[in-house]
Design a protein around this ligand. Structure first.
Ligand code: PHE
Ligand code: CA
Ligand code: ZN
Ligand code: ZN
Ligand code: ZN
Length: 285
């Protein structure tokens, strides 16, 4: 499993911050900073050899966009999908929520390309629009998929907030999720050397649409508005009695609102899950 470059992930985050700064301070659905974010990622993925498409939908009177990137090859009937939302709230640039998941996924995708990975499974990435309006983009994507196409997606992994400034290390619990989710949970747990906790994220992010369709789901999360306990601060460091992300959905969710160690560990964990689950023959150079 390759080591994902933290510097590269941070560079993508810097790009998203610049996009927000140049577009009125946010990357929200229906605002120019959102489409600029889509176009920025798409250009990098195209240059890396991905087959990309941008799916349009309408929400609250504005056009939304999902960015889908397929890595050529692999069994088309055995698709491993990884995603996260690319939109921010309108209050700010959304760098932890969810620039971090978006940037981590992008760097993992670019690493797949650099290594010319030829996995047994077909790999697909999704960056969702209008999550902050109620999981709109991911729900649209799943609902418009023909039944046969839906059944080809054997797993979906979600990454929404993976660099919280006072981080916890949370793995989505498979409890209550479709059969097959437990293996995803266990793979994501095995990706960490630091202790993790299970969390029931319920319907709070984009995996929900996939779960509703019966697709096994998993994901990672470093925490939002909830306060870190003393026991959690003991095992993870950081500040007890303080929110995992005190800038959650605020204008201060900027480049400085990210814990680099959490971002690095979680980006590496995305790669661990992909390399482990995609059938890569046990590793690459
Ligand atoms: N989906 C929430 C948001 O974007 C963040 C979140 C993710 C909360 C996972 C809980 C669990 O604001
Ligand atoms: Ca790394
Ligand atoms: Zn970038
Ligand atoms: Zn949010
Ligand atoms: Zn989010």
């Amino acid at each position: 499993v390759p080591d994902i470059s933290l510097a590269n992930v941070q560079a993508h985050l810097g790009d998203l911050q610049t996009i927000a700064t140049n577009n009125g301070g946010n990357r929200a659905h229906g605002r120019p900073g959102y489409l600029a974010s889509v176009n920025h990622l798409r250009a990098k993925l195209d240059a890396a050899g991905y087959t990309t498409s941008v799916q349009q939908f309408t929400s609250s009177g504005a056009t939304g966009y999902n960015l889908i990137a397929d890595w050529p090859g692999g069994d088309p009937n055995d698709v491993l999908m990884l995603g996260g939302h690319l939109d921010s709230v309108s209050a700010g640039p959304g760098i932890n929520d969810n620039g971090t998941g978006s940037a981590g996924l992008l760097e993992v995708a670019l690493t797949v390309s650099r290594q010319a990975l030829a996995p047994q499974k077909h790999i697909r990435f999704g960056w969702w629009g209008a999550e902050e309006l109620g999981l709109v983009g991911s729900t649209y994507y799943v609902n418009q998929l023909p039944t046969a196409e839906k059944s080809r997606i054997k797993a979906y992994l979600n990454f929404d907030m993976i660099g919280s400034p006072n981080p916890g290390y949370f793995v989505y619990s498979a409890s209550g999720q479709p059969t097959g989710s437990l293996a995803l949970q266990q793979t994501l747990q095995a990706a960490f050397t630091v202790p993790t906790e299970l969390t029931s994220v319920g319907g709070r992010s984009d995996h929900a649409a996939f779960a509703r369709a019966g697709i096994p789901v998993g994901g990672l999360f470093t925490g939002a508005e909830v306060v870190k306990t003393a026991a959690q601060a003991q095992k993870w460091g950081g500040s007890s009695g303080v929110a995992f992300d005190r800038c959650y959905h605020r204008s201060c969710d900027t480049l400085t609102n990210v814990d680099a160690t959490a971002l690095d560990r979680n980006s590496d964990a995305i790669a661990y899950a992909l390399w482990t689950l995609a059938g890569t023959g046990g590793g690459t150079p």
